[in-house]
Write a new protein. Structure first.
Length: 275
């Protein structure tokens, strides 16, 4: 399921947290309610770790990670690096990298298999992403935006991308279809008319997961700043509307995903790799 929360009256929860299938990072200094919401949903399955990165709380925009690894910017202190290595599961590789574009969370988006990156990342960084995170790397833009880590969010089950290419006639058609769906008291996740279908198809082919274009926090297109997601749960800003929440739960298949089943699958894959 998807949960609506805020960080000190700020709805950009993806700025202050990073969620994967193996661990969750939460910014230090927030209200206890912010941390306890993550802990109540996740603590039985994965560790929830309070941290800062480079002395700041915008941890979700500075790091990138998945079940295999965690990449940190060069501004990360030795104490922060050691703290994360101590708190995150041993099988997760935690590495600090020397990259000019240090807001890694804005420049990279990934799941456990594929990563989309800013076109101008260093070649050495691209190789580290592939090695540490265990993913295939693609230099990509999202509807012309180079900050791919900000304008999309995806898991191993689905993804949400921003609505950037406005087309008034299509908006009208979309509203007509939405009214019909509401009258039928049903909802089907569909491609948002603001986004190029060609772009969406290309991204979906690269990622091998279903994608829809949408928004969070009552119309914000900065998807990853307004939410954080893994294979069985999501956390969104408190301004996220019921319609946006329904799209998120549908495309990420959150009603189907159960953490125990996903952890069992991960354990089985790990065992198979040693057989």
């Amino acid at each position: 399921m998807a949960t609506r929360i805020q960080f000190e009256n700020n709805c950009e929860v993806g700025v202050f947290s990073k969620l994967t299938n193996a661990y969750c990072l939460v910014a230090i200094g927030g209200s206890e309610n912010f941390y306890s919401t993550f802990e109540s949903e996740l603590a039985d399955v994965i560790p929830v770790v309070k941290t800062s990165i480079g002395g700041t709380r915008i941890i979700g925009r500075l790091c990138v990670g998945n079940k295999n690894g965690l990449l940190l910017p060069h501004t990360t202190t030795d104490q922060e690096l050691q703290h994360l290595r101590n708190c995150i599961p041993d099988q997760v590789v935690v590495q600090r990298i020397d990259e000019r574009l240090s807001a890694l969370g804005n420049c990279i988006s990934c799941n456990d298999h594929v990563a989309l990156t800013h076109p101008d990342l260093d070649k050495a960084t691209e190789e580290l992403i592939a090695d540490v995170l265990g993913v295939e790397v693609f230099r990509q833009t999202i509807a012309g935006n180079i900050l791919v880590g900000s304008y999309c969010a995806f898991s191993n089950r689905g993804g949400l991308v921003c609505c950037c290419c406005i087309c008034i006639p299509l908006i009208y058609m979309f509203l007509q279809k939405l009214v019909k769906l509401l009258m039928c008291n049903s909802f089907v996740a569909q491609v948002h008319p603001h986004t190029s279908i060609e772009d969406l198809d290309e991204l979906s082919t690269l990622l091998q997961v279903p994608l829809v274009a949408g928004t969070v926090n009552r119309g914000s297109e900065v998807i990853a700043a307004g939410m954080t997601v893994n294979d069985w749960t999501a956390f969104c800003g408190s301004d996220t509307t019921a319609t946006e929440l329904s799209v998120i739960e549908s495309v990420f298949k959150l009603r189907e995903g159960q953490p125990t089943a996903i952890v069992d699958d991960m354990r089985k894959s790990l065992i198979d790799s040693y057989v």
